[in-house]
Design a protein around this ligand. Structure first.
Ligand SMILES: [Zn+2]
Length: 147
C-alpha cells in the first residue's frame, strides 16, 4: 500500500497508524501533517477522507482553504466552490444555522458556491458524494467558460 498523498510505499506500522487514526493510508510525514491540520482547524475526519477520495479521481481539491475570513473544509478555488462537512447535523443550534447562512452569504457575494454535506453522507456514500461533487465542479467550469 502506498501513501495517498506522495505515493511512498508504506510499511506495516505506517499503514496501520494512518488507517486507524484517519481512515486513509498515509506515510508518517503526511499522517503528521494531516493531524496538525485537524488539530488547528477541527477538521472532520470525513473531510480528510473526501479530500483524498476526490484526489483519487483526478480532482484538485484544497484542504482547509483560507477564504479570507474563515477556513473552508474543502475548496475548489478555480471554480469557486466551497464544501463544508457538517458533523452535528441533528444538533445544529439556531445560532449556528444563522452563522452558516451568514457565511454562505459572504461567500456568495464573492462569487463562491457553498455546499454543506452531512458527515454521514460522506461516511456511507463516499463514491456517490464524490460523483456529485465532480458533477458540480464540471458544471461550474462550463458556466465560467460561458461568462
Ligand atoms: Zn506521503
Amino acid at each position: 500500500m502506498t501513501c495517498k498523498d506522495c505515493g511512498k510505499l508504506l510499511d506495516e506500522h505506517e499503514k496501520e497508524a494512518s488507517l486507524d487514526a484517519l481512515g486513509v493510508p498515509l506515510c508518517a510525514r503526511h499522517t503528521r501533517l494531516i493531524k496538525r491540520i485537524i488539530l488547528n482547524n477541527n477538521t472532520p475526519l470525513e473531510a480528510i477522507q473526501l479530500f483524498y477520495g476526490l484526489k483519487d479521481r483526478g480532482a484538485q481539491p484544497m484542504l482547509e482553504w483560507w477564504d479570507g475570513k474563515k477556513s473552508v473544509d474543502i475548496a475548489f478555488s478555480r471554480v469557486k466552490l466551497n464544501i463544508e462537512i457538517d458533523t452535528e447535523y441533528n444538533l445544529i443550534t439556531h445560532e449556528q444555522a444563522l452563522k452558516d447562512l451568514e457565511d454562505g452569504m459572504h461567500s456568495f457575494k464573492n462569487g463562491f458556491t457553498t455546499i454543506r454535506i452531512p458527515h454521514l453522507t460522506v461516511k456511507y456514500y463516499l463514491e456517490d458524494t464524490i460523483d456529485n461533487i465532480l458533477g458540480i465542479v464540471a458544471d461550474l467550469k462550463i458556466n465560467m467558460k460561458v461568462i
